[in-house]
Design a protein around this ligand. Structure first.
Ligand code: MN
Length: 494
């Protein structure tokens, strides 16, 4: 094991980024996992430990914090290995155990093969688990990625199921969170099994176009590099990227393309990565001076107007040397990292350390984490999109999600409430003391009345008066949850 390429790469990733102290902890997690999975094999015939090791390797390449790496190594030790939760807590601490719990809970939620109303309910449960800690999703995505990479060892039926689930849930989730890198990989790994005929078709059809486009791109890349440097755009990289097969396929299905690949201009695209935002616009000028922009396709400035998932970049289409159309994407290094890693970028090891804010103080809510709120809100809006889509709604006899809202504390903790619930329902859900002593509420930073009807994604802050003796009897007129009603009646009687 110690001399496999994966292990070597893992150790070298670690020594580059992590403190000696972290490496000691990570190593003992590796030894722990090896013990727990003794004599277990993957369907590939390899030792089981190769799987958690690959997961941890992926997490270290995403530069995630030490607890995430450890959770990656341990994520199957309780469920599939012989480990006990209390041993995990004793050796690696409660936060790691909670991460492992989260990953295990998500794995237990089977989205495919369940009845449609159950599907939605399960999806909701999954969102609740994930919303508690982003790192759970990241470990789960790394886990899914390796399982998809080793899918060929599964029976065909299982391959199709896993692939569909990946296309329906995990890839859109990665996209929602802006983790473009993972989304593309997951989709391409699933495509072949979920839609085998279409996969063969697109592979054959696109191959010659992609090859010639890549060749052409090399020339443009050299020319642009030269003129950008001449124009003092410094610290720059120019590279060509080829479109992922599945996203090419989905694009071709759109009516305006009608399966005609000659209408698609970003088969390969050039990425110009520069130091700062000013340089992005200077680079745009240089590009347009050398290659004429295509009038009817225009420039899309996602720096001035970011996409809903936070994606920033300038896209422009220009006529290349052979008269063909080329897409050029211009962004800063920071934007590039965010485009590849999305919300995960904010959890990267070096970042967390240098920001000075300890994880504990973030967790305790001493510091309100905008990042945490924004990604949890991404999850909530994604959930509504899914329930809004015809596909699901048509089929649903009883739609669990339609009648519930997810709302947040200012710390980003997520709470599940029925439609029509008010800040008082929320207050009693958090703690009876908060309910009993409530005097006012803010929703999304603005004062609201206590009978205000909460909406999906609202951030609710309850203002309390420590000296308040009893709650108000009037509240019984508008609370909707039975638990708030019960706690109210009790406090009023006392
Ligand atoms: Mn696993």
């Amino acid at each position: 094991m110690a001399d496999t390429p994966t292990y070597t790469k893992f150790i070298s990733n670690l020594s580059e980024l992590y403190s000696p102290q972290s490496i000691v902890q990570i190593n003992s997690a590796f030894e722990f996992a090896k013990m727990a999975h003794t004599n277990q094999k993957r369907l590939s015939g390899e030792d089981f430990i190769t799987h958690p090791l690959e997961v941890a390797l992926t997490l270290s390449s995403w530069k995630l914090d030490t607890d995430s790496i450890i959770a990656g190594l341990l994520h199957d030790t309780i469920e599939d290995g012989g480990a006990k939760r209390e041993d995990l807590v004793n050796m690696f601490g409660e936060p790691v155990a909670l991460l492992v719990d989260g990953v295990t809970n998500i794995s237990k939620i089977h989205l495919k093969g369940s009845e449609e109303d159950q599907f939605v309910e399960n999806l909701r449960k999954m969102l609740l688990v994930m919303a508690k800690d982003l790192r759970v999703i990241l470990v789960k995505l790394a886990d899914r990625l390796h399982n998809m990479e080793t899918l060929s060892f599964l029976p065909p039926q299982k391959q199709r199921e896993k692939s569909r689930e990946t296309l329906d849930i995990y890839a859109p989730l990665a996209e929602r969170l802006g983790i473009g890198k993972v989304k593309g990989k997951l989709e391409d790994l699933s495509f072949e099994h979920a839609l085998p005929e279409e996969y063969i078709w697109i592979k054959k059809y696109s191959d010659p176009f992609i090859k010639s486009s890549e060749l052409n791109m090399e020339k443009v890349k050299r020319n642009l590099l030269l003129s950008l440097t001449k124009n003092n755009v410094t610290k720059l990289t120019v590279n060509a990227r080829t479109k992922h097969l599945y996203s090419l396929y989905m694009k071709l299905l759109r009516p305006e393309f009608n399966r005609d690949i000659t209408k698609i201009h970003d088969l390969t695209a050039l990425r110009v990565i520069v130091d700062n935002i000013e340089d992005c616009y200077s680079a745009l000028g240089v590009v347009h001076k050398q290659y004429r922009p295509v009038p009817y396709l225009g420039i899309r400035d996602f720096i001035a107007n970011p996409k809903p998932n936070g994606y920033r970049s300038i896209h422009t289409n220009v006529f290349g040397p052979e008269g063909n159309i080329i897409e050029v994407q211009i962004r800063t290094t920071q934007m590039h990292t965010e485009a590849e890693m999305g919300v995960a970028a904010h959890w990267q090891y070096s970042d967390t350390k240098s920001k000075g804010a300890s994880d504990q103080s973030l967790e305790k809510g001493l510091i309100v984490s905008d990042q945490k709120l924004s990604w949890v809100k991404q999850l909530v809006s994604w959930q509504s999109e899914i329930t809004d889509s015809q596909e699901f709604l048509n089929a649903l006899k009883f739609d669990a999600l339609q009648h519930r809202n997810l709302v947040f504390s200012p710390k980003g903790d997520v709470y599940d409430l029925p439609k029509g619930a008010t800040p008082i329902d929320f207050a009693f859900l958090v703690h009876s003391d908060i309910g009993n002593k409530a005097i006012g509420a803010k929703v999304n930073g603005k004062m609201v009345s206590l009978n205000y009807k909460l909406n999906n994604g609202d951030v609710v802050e309850v203002l309390v008066d420590k000296n308040r003796k009893k709650p108000s009897r009037d509240w019984l007129d508008f609370v909707v949850t039975s638990s708030a009603r019960r706690q109210l009646s009790k406090s009023l009687k006392d």
